[in-house]
Write a protein that binds this ligand. Structure first.
Ligand code: NDP
Length: 288
């Protein structure tokens, strides 16, 4: 007689979003669970905005280990949680919830994933550096806060809409030690000579608009600049290709996506994430 498994009970995590069908995070998390021999499941769960409180009650009732949040729930989830990590409180947005001892704690791993990718994939330490972000939305907010907390000396936020950029600049100046400034984006942006990193934190270049590029004076991209893109699909954006053609080093958005997923995996399971397995699983999705 073959020996039966001791438990058929799977641990549950997933993502609440609307829409959520095309979110590929589960592909990398499921690959990581399989590689680590964990009986865990990651579910894409469609939750309409009005149903978020009921969904969180369901999460508690199902004894789920946690959840990711995507559009439009990253801010709306906050009053439904028991506590927030300090950086999620500073950003005012949560993308990962961890359930521990019956308590739901909100974290934000987007910026941490970027920081991990910056340090481990590009070998770059942002402390003491000038970092320029194109964009001031949720991704720019999470990344700039983490880069500031990591000791960046200056942060420049380049954005079309002043009303979105100014509160972010104020938050960075008031709550971190970096000096932040806003530059209106109303024509091709010339990257300042002292900038070490330029990050496209806008949605420009995301599939299917793969030929679109953020307005940057390509002549201002120098070989010692590190040019990063948040766009995970396609990983090799037209912007990164243009920067590489100018001799700059580049870092793609897949590293950030894997990084934030790896941090969530470790928070939920307590197991060291198999990062290479996670990246390969996403490369198969995006053809990276
Ligand atoms: P938001 O909608 O919060 O912000 C979008 C930003 O892009 C705004 O600053 C907006 O400017 C700017 N923008 C959009 N279109 C244009 C344009 N045509 N010209 C100039 N500026 C433009 O989105 P998020 O910050 O949440 O996401 C941005 C991108 O980051 C998405 O493509 C997402 O897929 C990606 N992302 C990647 C992650 C990863 O792990 N790799 C993680 C999270 C996000 P304005 O304020 O003027 O409207």
């Amino acid at each position: 007689m073959s020996s039966a498994p001791t438990s058929y009970l799977a641990e549950l995590v997933g993502v609440f979003g609307y829409p959520v069908a095309e979110n590929p995070t589960g592909v990398m998390q499921e690959a990581a669970f399989a590689a680590c021999g964990l009986n865990w499941r990651y579910l894409n769960i469609e939750v309409r905005p009005a149903d978020l409180p009921a969904a969180v009650a369901g999460l508690r009732a199902f004894n789920m280990a946690g959840i990711n949040l995507t559009i439009p729930h990253k801010v709306a989830i906050i009053p439904l949680l028991d506590e927030l990590s300090p950086d999620a409180a500073l950003m005012g947005a949560v993308n990962t919830v961890v359930r521990s001892g019956g308590k739901l704690t909100g974290h934000n791993t987007d910026g941490k994933g970027f920081l991990r990718s910056l340090r481990e994939d590009a070998g770059f330490e942002p402390a003491g550096q000038h970092v320029v972000f194109l964009g001031a939305g949720g991704a720019a907010r999470a990344m700039s806060v983490e880069v500031a907390l990591a000791g960046a000396e200056r942060i420049t936020i380049v954005n079309r809409t002043e009303a979105r950029a100014l509160p972010l600049v104020a938050l960075l100046n008031e709550h971190t030690d970096c000096r932040a400034a806003y530059v209106p984006w109303n024509g091709p942006y010339a990257v300042p000579g002292d900038a070490a990193v330029l990050v496209n934190a806008t949605s420009i270049g995301l599939f299917p608009d793969v030929d679109a590029m953020p307005a940057v004076e390509l002549d201002s991209i120098r070989p010692r600049l590190l040019v990063c893109d948040v766009i995970p699909n396609p990983p090799r954006t037209a912007f990164l290709q243009a920067a590489a053609a100018r001799g700059a080093r580049t870092l793609d958005g897949l590293g950030m996506l894997v990084g934030q997923g790896a941090i969530a995996f470790r928070m939920w399971t307590g197991v060291e994430p198999p990062i290479d397995v996670m990246r390969r699983a996403l490369e198969e999705v995006f053809g990276g």
